[in-house]
Ligand binder design. Structure first.
Ligand code: DIR
Ligand code: MN
Ligand code: MN
Ligand code: MN
Length: 311
C-alpha cells in the first residue's frame, strides 16, 4: 500500500534546539527503509528531510504571549497543504517531527482530505498520545510555547483572525472536540484541566491505565471513536516513560512502557481506520546517552502503527 511521508525538521514550537534533527535520526536508524522493505509500503512525497526552521518571517514578535507565532503559523500552513496533497490521493500519511506544534498542520491536512473523500459525511478522529494535553489557548498557556497549544488551534478552541497567525485555518480543516481522545496524560496545566472538563473531552490518564490496564483503555478509546471513523494518531514520544524515551524536551516520569506505547499503535493499526500518524518530540541532542534508545522507541512506535506484528 501507499504511504505519504512528510519529514519536518522544525523546533519553533518550543525553546530547545535539537528536536529539528529527529527526522534525520529516525531515517538514519533505517525507519523508511524498513517501512519499504519489511512492511512493503510504497513511499510518496519528499523523502529528504527539509529544514523548516528556515521558514522565518522577517519579524516574529510574540503575539498574545505566543512565541514565534508567525513562524509556526507559516510552517503549519505549508504542512497542511503537504499532508492534504498526500491524503487526497487516498494515501496514509506519516509525519516525522519536529515539535508537536506541527500537528496544527497535519491535522488540518487530514481533516480536509477526509471531509472531501466522503463528501462532508465523515470527519476524522484524533488519538493524542502524550504526557501533556497540548490544549492551552494563548491565554491559558504559562510558557507561550505553541507546542503546548496545537489541540486548541486544531479544534478552534483557540483562533485568531490574523491570517499570518493561524487565521489561515478553515472550518473544513478543523477537528471536533467530540472526536478527540487522549491516552497517557500525566502533566496537565490547570487551565487545560478546565478546558477538558468544560468541553467533556475524552481523556485517559496514566491513572486510568493503572486502574483498567492498557488493553481496556485502548478498547474504550476506540469505542468512543467508533468503527467507521478515520483515525489520525498523533504520538508524542514523551508519552513513554523517560526510561524508554529520555531524549525529549519535557520528559515526565510515570509514563507508558515501550510495550504499552507499541500496543496502542498496534491496536490502531488493527482497526484498519488509520489515515495519518505523527511522531514528534524526539530530541537527540538532549540526554545524549539515551538518544539512540529514544530513536529506537520512535522507530518501534511507527512500525507498530504501520502493521508490524510480533508473530
Ligand atoms: C506545557 C508543556 N503544558 C506547556 N507542554 C508540553 O508549555 O503548555 N507539551 N511539553 O508537549
Ligand atoms: Mn508532551
Ligand atoms: Mn474570529
Ligand atoms: Mn505533545
Amino acid at each position: 500500500s501507499d504511504l505519504g511521508v512528510v519529514l519536518v525538521g522544525f523546533s519553533g514550537g518550543q525553546c530547545k534546539e535539537g528536536v529539528d534533527a529527529a527526522p534525520t535520526a529516525l531515517v538514519g536508524a533505517g525507519l523508511l527503509n524498513q517501512i519499504q522493505d519489511e512492511l512493503g509500503y510504497t513511499l510518496h512525497g519528499d523523502t529528504e528531510v527539509r529544514n523548516y526552521n528556515e521558514i522565518r518571517p522577517s519579524s516574529d514578535e510574540p503575539y498574545r504571549g505566543m512565541k514565534n507565532p508567525r513562524s509556526v503559523s507559516a510552517v503549519t500552513e505549508k504542512l497542511a497543504t503537504q499532508v492534504y496533497e498526500q491524503a487526497r490521493h487516498g494515501r496514509m500519511v506519516l509525519t516525522l517531527g519536529g515539535d508537536h506544534s506541527v500537528a496544527i498542520g497535519t491535522i488540518a491536512g487530514t481533516a480536509k482530505a477526509i471531509r472531501e473523500r466522503y463528501n462532508g459525511r465523515k470527519e476524522i478522529a484524533v488519538i493524542w498520545v502524550d504526557a501533556h494535553a497540548d490544549i492551552n489557548t494563548p491565554e491559558t498557556s504559562e510558557s507561550g510555547n505553541i507546542h503546548g497549544m496545537p489541540v486548541a488551534f486544531a479544534t478552534g478552541l483557540a483562533h485568531s483572525d490574523d491570517k499570518d497567525i493561524f487565521g489561515w485555518l478553515q472550518e473544513d480543516q478543523k477537528l471536533s472536540t467530540t472526536k478527540l481522545v487522549y491516552i497517557g496524560l500525566r502533566d496537565v496545566d490547570r487551565g487545560e484541566k478546565k478546558i477538558l472538563r468544560d468541553h467533556r473531552i475524552k481523556a485517559f490518564s496514566m491513572h486510568d491505565i493503572d486502574r483498567h490496564g492498557i488493553g481496556r483503555v485502548v478498547e474504550m478509546a476506540l469505542a468512543h471513536i467508533g468503527s467507521d471513523t478515520p483515525i489520525h494518531l498523533s504520538f508524542d514520544v514523551d508519552a513513554l516513560d523517560p526510561m524508554w524515551a529520555p531524549s525529549t524536551g519535557t520528559p515526565v516520569r510515570g509514563g507508558l512502557t515501550l510495550r504499552e506505547g507499541d500496543y496502542i499503535a498496534e491496536c490502531v493499526h488493527e482497526t484498519g481506520q488509520l489515515v495519518a500518524m505523527d511522531l514528534v518530540e524526539v530530541n537527540p541532542s538532549l540526554d545524549v546517552a539515551g538518544a539512540s534508545e529514544t530513536v529506537r522507541a520512535g522507530v518501534s512506535l511507527v512500525r507498530c502503527a504501520l502493521g508490524d506484528t510480533l508473530l
